[in-house]
Design a protein around this ligand. Structure first.
Ligand SMILES: [Zn+2]
Length: 579
């Protein structure tokens, strides 16, 4: 201690004279040495990131009258809302979306081009959080919890990684989700990620993070709360007749939960669980899956004393039941409406918990989504809104695969199509070399053929993407989804409201179109003022915004911009150091 003090004392005059010299040299005014606006002493102590998987911005407005005063309304009325946030990349899925939020960039830089992608050398698709060849094992769960799980495919740092490095490894990040990829990508390379194991109903981690679960998580798992929740019946939290903003409960566009014949309320989970071959994963298809996550978050905050250290900490909550419910029932359903009314209650409860344990200016919350969702194509078709579906009996991707495969075989006398995975079309390179075919020529023919199909909006070859910089519009979004070593030979995307992977009713996301890229961004707490903005921004602007509040470096691949409408909005109250 003494030595340290002496060193510090010894350095001070040197530092002062160096600074004086700099001032004289540069002719800077005195303001140059004043603390920055968000000075080191006044950063938030705790950053809480909430991503609601598949949340469209209209869910805020559409269900507004059903919300209480203490949930979404508190966040919107006291916080700052960005109404025009759209992802900058084109394949809107959970992996690329969460990485965009936390790394501040697009798949073109972070490298996560989908929830999975095809690897020709392996002859199969890999999962976004699966690192082939690694020896990481799941800790605390069964085989269904995944093997070789880590953020190793994410080529850049996250905002929490940079905070960890900046603070001499004192800042900590904890991330929780029902989905492995959500927890793993939110927490970065230096965080602690935990996700749900459907086989056991426990939260687990990977040996990438730790050899064993923390004691408090073991105790949480021992309570078997997931199994308790699976005894419940999911029925509307308010009278169903009051849900006038959504379509009748009984309609042909929804998918029943496993073991049920009808996709209508009430849904008796205990009855579902009596079916053979069903596990605790059923919980993720109901709002109670995300309720469980809030319970876990509260325990983690207290047990790890997050926000109580000398440097800021981060907690990430990925609410995945929102996505599963969206996929089963669609944006127009009573079930999605009921989910958001319940989420409003969970948020109110969580905010009250934070009030009990933290001052309002100690914590900063942001809420956003990893992608949006489109209406069920068959519903739109029946409303006479055009979709690329002539019928709902075939899966378009399978048809596309067949048509393109047959065309290339006719044209080049050989099977050249390996796989279509998401928007990526992979060709057989060893075979092309054998036949001495120029890959660029085969790619051009692939693009030409795909463009001749009515339901295909457009296609771009790797050659075009290598030679052209598309900065705007849909082509710009697809360009931002292109990572040469992992992407296909051709990127293809379908017309709006057309789903490649579904033959019948159900819906989803994954396209570069408005309803899939448009999400809310909400900030609340700390010295966040009340306000709104319709400026064109993206979730990949969140990371650098947080870094400005935390004074920490931007993530290594950052291409987003700090949200200046928020950072420089007038404050009602002034924290010291705030001009
Ligand atoms: Zn999804």
């Amino acid at each position: 201690m003494v030595a340290t003090d002496m060193n510090t004392l010894g350095r001070k005059p040197l530092l002062a004279s160096w600074m004086l010299g700099m001032l004289l040299l540069t002719g800077c005014a005195v303001t140059a040495v004043e603390p920055p606006r968000h000075s080191h002493d006044h950063t938030p102590r705790l950053v809480i990131g909430i991503s609601v998987d598949q949340m469209r911005p209209d869910y805020l407005y559409r269900f507004w009258d059903h919300y209480g005063d203490d949930g979404f309304k508190r966040l919107v009325n006291d916080g700052f809302l960005f109404r025009n946030a759209q992802f900058r990349h084109g394949h809107t899925a959970t992996g690329p979306g969460h990485a965009a939020i936390f790394t501040g960039t697009t798949p073109r830089i972070h490298g996560l081009i989908g929830n999975r992608w095809y690897v020709p050398e392996l002859g199969r698709e890999i999962n976004v959080v699966e690192v082939p060849g690694s020896d990481h094992q799941t800790v605390g769960g069964g085989a269904a919890a995944g093997k070789q799980r880590s953020p190793g495919n994410m080529m850049v740092t996250t905002v929490s990684d940079e905070l960890h490095l900046y603070t001499g490894e004192r800042s900590r990040a904890f991330s929780f989700s029902l989905k492995d990829r959500t927890a793993i990508l939110s927490g970065g390379h230096t965080g602690n990620a935990f996700w749900f194991d459907p086989a056991t109903g426990n939260f687990v981690t990977s040996t990438f993070y730790a050899r064993e679960l923390p004691g408090w998580l073991q105790a949480f798992n021992d309570r078997r709360l997931a199994h308790q929740f699976l005894q419940r019946t999911w029925e509307p939290v308010r009278p169903l007749e009051s849900y006038v903003e959504s379509r009748p409960d009984r309609n042909p566009y929804e998918r029943p939960l496993p073991g049920l014949y009808r996709a209508t309320f009430p849904m008796d989970l205990a009855e579902i669980m009596r079916q053979p071959n069903l596990d605790a994963g059923v919980l993720a298809l109901t709002p109670f899956g995300d309720e469980l996550l809030f319970e876990l978050a509260k325990i983690a905050l207290l047990a790890e004393a997050l926000g109580r250290g000398e440097t800021p900490d981060m907690l990430m909550l990925g609410l995945s039941a929102a996505d599963y419910i969206g996929h089963y029932f669609g944006p127009a359903s009573k079930q999605v409406q009921d989910y958001y009314i319940r989420l409003d209650g969970y948020l109110a409860d969580f905010l009250e918990f934070l009030d009990q344990h933290y001052e309002r200016d100690e914590y900063l919350i942001f809420l956003t989504a990893d992608h949006g969702a489109h209406y069920v194509p068959q519903y739109l078709h029946d409303k006479r809104i055009p979709t690329g579906h002539a019928n709902f009996h075939t899966r378009l991707n399978e048809e596309l695969n067949r048509q393109l495969g047959a065309h290339l075989e006719r044209r080049f006398d050989s099977e050249l199509l390996l796989s279509i995975s998401g928007p990526n079309v992979y060709l057989d390179h060893p075979r092309m070399a054998e036949l001495e075919l120029d890959p660029a020529m085969v790619r051009a023919e692939t693009v030409r053929f795909l463009r001749s199909l009515d339901r295909v909006s457009d296609a771009l070859s790797a050659d075009t993407l290598d030679q052209t910089e598309f900065t705007e519009g849909i082509r710009g979004r697809m360009m931002q989804n292109y990572f040469p070593a992992r992407s296909g030979d051709v990127l293809v995307w379908l017309t709006p409201h057309t789903r490649g992977d579904l033959g019948t009713g159900w819906t989803g996301h994954g396209t570069p179109w408005t309803m899939d890229v448009h999400v809310p961004i909400l900030f609340y707490g700390y010295d966040i003022p009340h306000g709104q903005s319709s400026a064109p921004v993206a979730p990949s602007d969140i990371a650098s915004t947080l870094a400005v509040f935390l004074n920490s470096p931007f993530p290594s691949g950052n291409t987003g911009n700090p949200l200046n409408d928020l950072i420089y909005a007038p404050r009602r109250h002034h924290l010291p150091g705030n001009e």
